[in-house]
Design a binder for this molecule. Structure first.
Ligand code: PMP
Length: 292
């Protein structure tokens, strides 16, 4: 059986959990954990390239910030977290890895209030190739606009990488996958184009890079990196709201995310795009940077 086919809870290896390295299969969580009943969990998704975690510190800081937004506290410091992520990769013999720290509220208290709960922490790492099918990724993946919309920042902790926020992402992704699309595109509550289910969006028009203002979705670390790379390559960048009726006028579209990296989009609803020179240039620049 290929590694990718083995269910996640039955793999071999080691996970750091609540203070120690534990056999992968023995990392158990109690059924009455607050995190499971009320979605009080925050997590990170990081990639190690050739033995180095890209933006390691920024991811650790974001986990702390995500927790703070949910009124939780990660039980270890940013510095300790940085060190432990490397230890977990080393213990699993990984130099190319996806790293997943997760913090969640325990089972000391049941009900909405969670003042008495302890925040648990686990760090896992495994080999994970391209997020989207590698062949599709080169041709450009297909997106369909989701029925669900991203909520306003007044109605959800949108700047936290909080587990609960992914509920509409899973529903939307299932719905479009059943119709043969690779991912869903969210509009926000105002009807502006926001992001895909787990990646930010960029559009190219007349040589200019346009990306939505991250005022109610995660301002991804890959998004921020790609904006910097575009500026280094003298590609003008415009951060602004995008209306869905503009989608037909763009020449290229791509997504960015730690898992998705830079992924070209070939289609959104009835609109088609080429995997053009700007997408290719920024993808190459990103691939070079993460391995530098
Ligand atoms: N939006 C969502 C909803 C995500 O889950 C992710 C992945 N963390 C991103 C955007 C991209 O963030 P990053 O580039 O920091 O991985």
């Amino acid at each position: 059986m290929a590694d990718g086919d083995v269910p996640f809870d039955q793999r071999d290896g080691f996970i750091w959990m609540d203070g120690k390295i534990v056999e992968w299969k023995d990392t158990k969580v109690h059924v009455l954990s607050h995190g499971m009943h009320y979605g009080s969990a925050v997590f990170e998704g990081e990639r190690m390239y050739n033995g180095k975690i890209f933006k390691c510190r920024e991811h650790s800081e974001r986990l702390h910030n995500s927790a703070k937004i949910l009124d939780m506290e990660v039980p270890i410091s940013v510095e300790e977290l940085d060190k432990l992520k490397y230890e977990v990769c080393e213990k699993n013999g990984l130099k190319e890895a996806y790293v997943r720290p997760i913090a969640w509220r325990g089972g000391e208290q049941m009900g909405i209030s969670a003042q008495k709960t302890r925040t648990h922490l686990a760090i896992a790492a495994w080999s994970w190739g391209t997020y989207f099918d590698a062949e599709k990724r080169d041709k450009g993946i297909s997106l369909k606009t989701a029925k669900w919309r991203r909520p306003p920042a007044e109605c959800a902790p949108t700047q936290s990488k909080a587990a609960g926020l992914y509920m509409i992402a899973t529903l939307s992704k299932h719905s479009v996958e059943r119709e043969g699309y690779d991912d869903a595109l969210f509009l926000d509550h105002r009807g502006y184009v926001s992001e895909a289910t787990g990646a930010n969006l960029f559009a190219i028009k007349d040589g200019k890079l346009i990306t939505p203002t991250p005022d109610n979705f995660l301002n991804g670390l890959t998004r921020q990196t790609v904006i910097e790379l575009a500026e280094e390559h003298n590609i003008p960048v415009e951060v602004r709201h995008i209306m869905p009726d503009e989608l037909g006028s763009f020449e290229e579209i791509f997504l960015t995310g730690t898992a998705a990296e830079v992924t070209a989009v070939g289609k959104i609803d009835e609109h088609s795009y080429t995997v053009g020179p700007v997408t290719r240039k920024l993808r190459e620049a990103y691939e070079a940077l993460v391995r530098s």
